[in-house]
Design a protein around this ligand. Sequence first.
Ligand SMILES: [Zn+2]
Length: 374
Amino acid sequence: MTERLYFHDSYLWQFDASVVWRSDDGLSIVLDRTAFYPTSGGQPHDIGSIQDCPVLDVVDDNGTIAHSLSKPLPLEHSTVNCQIDASRRLDHMRQHTGQHLLSAVMEEEFGLKTVSFQMGATYATVDVEPQPASISLLEQIEKRANDRLLKNRPIQIAFEDAASVQGLRTPPDREGIVRVVSIEGLDRSACGGTHVGRTGEIGLIALGKTEKVRKALRIEFYCGPRAFSFLRGKIAEADAQAGQAKSKLAEADKQRRKLAEELAAIHGKTRYSNTLPDSTGRFLWEESFPAFAEDLQSKMNSFLEGSASIALLTSVGDGRILFGAHPGLQMDCGKLLKDALTQLGGRGGGSPKSAQGTLADPANLSMLKSFLIP
Ligand SMILES: [Zn+2]
């Protein structure tokens, strides 16, 4: 049996130990005591080094903990200095303690029992039963778990007799001495894993995707720096979606404008074909509007494609004028409008075919026609 140093001190990053067994190739080592955590209970193994030989894997073989090395441990070492990769372990401790807290909150406050726990390289999962009726429950769970986290309760380790131990969330599955991990005022669980010293060290708990697995609901969760990365990713995702929505909207707006122009062209042509010629054979569109619509210019352009056409459109609200004529009539609309506005008070001009301007006093609009279309 290997003495497990992490049972008593999960923050022990360096220790000395005696080699009790060494494989012939020197790549597998058993020590009298170790702080390396072997894969078990849903928590992955530690990495680090034994006497400068990197540790690749740690397995628990019936109470004996074996360390796999990436290069052989030289024969002369009977005692070794060992180093744990603290950042990987701390991450595991945060996820694992976060799971205790989350499972306790879900069972105590929401009636959801944890039936399994797995910790991966980027996220961890708990399976709970029964499946909650509503996913909105997850938001409440997340909030309550973080409320509890912020109380910064101590986490204590005790060794108790399985026959007499009280108040465990799940009855012990073995006889003899059990290791009890307690979050003060919230939870007592039998567990051989590594945990942080206070709930505040978990940092933050964020819940991710869920998936139905047989009778259970599998919930992804993230603790500490993992939670920050997860939420940062969510923000980036939302930004990208907003960007996509924006460009879709711009594309839709472009389409809308194109259709509106096509429609305006049809209106202009229809108006021309419904207009009767005056006594001189000209097709006149004269109209006053409260204000100019966005597509009016397009309608007018389309109307003016008809032979012998003249358009004089005015906006009563702001005194604006659109004036145009078919080239066949040989009018100089720009000059006509400019001269008229010089006399009536305003500004404007344009080409022989098409002109625009503004009257300073919209009340003078009624006199415009006699200047422009004699
Ligand atoms: Zn645990």
